[in-house]
Design a protein around this ligand. Structure first.
Ligand code: FAD
Length: 317
C-alpha cells in the first residue's frame, strides 16, 4: 500500500514509522532484524531504508595508496524486499540522484516495481566525502525534482528515451525531503520552500522532514509550506539525541539548531548512558506535542540501535 493510503486509512490517528540504515557490508542482516523486532509492536505501516553514497577508500599497496570507489552500505533494495517479506510491512527505499545514471535509476525502479514496492523516497543525496559541493553524476540528475519527474513519467508508462510507452504503468507513491531549518545550500528559507513546491509539482505525494529538536520549527515550516500551496502530508522526522558528541555533530552535519534547554541537560550528563536518557525524554516530549497537533505520522531516525525508539514509542503510542 502507498504511504498516502496508510495515512488516509488511519483517519486522523497518528502512525508510527522509522528509518533504518543498511549494515556495513560484511555484517549479517540478523543484526538488523534484532533492532527491528521490538519496534514491530507499534505497528509501523512502512519502514524506510536509506541509501549510502559511494565513497573513495585508499588501499596501501607496497607503500603506494591505491584509490578505489566503493559503497560501504549497499543492499537497500535487498533489505527492503527482505523486511517486507519477513514482517509483512511496506518498505520505502531511498533513491538518490548522486551516484546513479538515469538508466541505473530506471533499472532500480523496475526492480522495485517487480518486488511490489510501491513507495520510494526521492533524494538528491549529499556531496561525496571528498567533495565540498554536490556534483551530479554524469548522466544522472542534478536535483531531486528531476528524479521525481522521472518516477512520475514511469507512473505514466513512459520509460527513458521514449523507447517504451505502455499502459502497464508503475504506481509509485513518492516521498521527498523537506527542511524546517532550510537546506544548507539554499540561499533562503523561502527559496528552499519554492524548491520543495517544485518537487511536489513534479509529482511528490508527501514530504518527510529533516530532524528538528524544536517543534516550533516544524509548525512554522508546515504553515509556510501551506501558504506556498504545498498541500501534501508533511511527516515530521524525529531523532533522539544519543551521545554527547551529537551536540557538535548534528548541527554540523544537518545544519540544525539545538534548543538551549536540551544542550544544558546533555552537558550536565556524566555519561553517554545519561545523554541517551535525556534524548529519550526530549523526544517523548516532542512526540506528544506533535501527536496532539495531529501530525499524520511520527517518523523516527533509528541510526542502527532501536532501544531508545522503543522507549519513546512505549510512552507515545
Ligand atoms: C527524510 C530524509 C531522508 C534522507 N535520506 C537520505 C539517504 O538515504 N541517503 C542520502 O545520501 N541522503 C539522504 N538524505 C539527505 C539528502 O540527500 C541531503 O539533504 C541532500 O543534500 C539534499 O537532498 P534533497 O533531496 O533535499 O535535494 P534537492 O531537493 O535537490 O535540494 C538540494 C538543494 O538544491 C536546491 N535546489 C533544488 N532544486 C533546485 C534548482 N532547480 N535550482 C537551484 N537549486 C535547487 C534546494 O533548495 C537545496 O538547497 C535524507 C534527507 C532527509 C530529510
Amino acid at each position: 500500500m502507498k504511504v498516502t493510503e496508510h495515512i488516509q486509512q488511519s483517519k486522523g490517528k497518528t502512525l508510527f514509522s522509522f528509518e533504518i540504515i543498511p549494515p556495513q557490508k560484511g555484517n549479517n542482516i540478523e543484526d538488523l532484524y534484532t533492532n527491528i523486532d521490538p519496534l514491530m509492536e507499534f505497528n509501523p505501516p512502512f519502514i524506510d531504508v536509506t541509501t549510502s553514497r559511494e565513497e573513495y577508500i585508499y588501499i596501501d599497496k607496497n607503500g603506494l595508496l591505491d584509490r578505489k570507489i566503493t559503497r560501504m552500505r549497499p543492499g537497500t533494495l535487498g533489505i527492503c524486499a527482505a523486511v517486507k517479506h519477513k514482517y509483512n510491512v511496506d518498505t520505502v527505499p531511498h533513491v538518490l540522484c548522486g551516484g546513479y545514471t538515469k538508466e541505473e535509476t530506471e533499472y532500480l525502479l523496475v526492480d522495485c516495481h517487480y518486488l511490489g514496492i510501491n513507495n520510494v523516497m526521492a533524494l538528491r543525496g549529499d556531496a561525496m566525502k571528498h567533495q565540498k559541493y554536490f556534483e551530479p553524476t554524469k548522466g544522472g540528475h542534478t536535483y531531486a525534482n528531476e528524479l521525481v519527474h522521472q518516477i512520475a513519467n514511469l507512473n505514466k508508462g513512459k520509460y527513458l528515451h521514449n523507447v517504451i510507452e505502455t499502459d502497464n504503468c508503475t504506481n509509485f507513491c513518492v516521498g521527498v525531503a523537506g527542511y524546517p531549518e532550510k537546506h544548507i545550500e539554499a540561499p533562503s528559507f523561502q527559496t528552499d520552500l519554492r524548491r520543495l513546491k517544485e518537487k511536489v509539482n513534479a509529482g511528490a505525494d508527501y514530504v518527510v522532514t529533516q530532524m528538528f529538536f524544536d517543534n516550533k520549527k516544524y509548525f512554522e515550516f508546515v504553515n509556510a509550506a501551506r501558504k506556498e500551496g504545498i498541500t501534501v502530508p508533511i511527516i515530521p522526522g524525529i531523532k533522539p539525541l544519543a551521545v554527547k558528541r551529537h551536540l557538535q555533530i548534528l548541527p554540523q552535519v544537518f545544519k540544525i539548531d539545538l534548543p538551549e534547554e536540551l544542550i544544558k541537560a546533555a552537558e550536565n550528563c556524566k555519561s553517554n548512558k545519561e545523554v541517551r536518557q535525556v534524548g529519550i525524554e526530549w523526544s517523548i516530549k516532542q512526540s506528544k506535542e506533535l501527536l496532539k497537533a495531529g501530525v499524520p505520522v511520527l517518523h523516527y531516525y533509528s541510526m542502527g540501535k532501536s532501544d531508545n525508539i522503543v522507549a519513546i514509542a512505549k510512552k507515545v503510542f
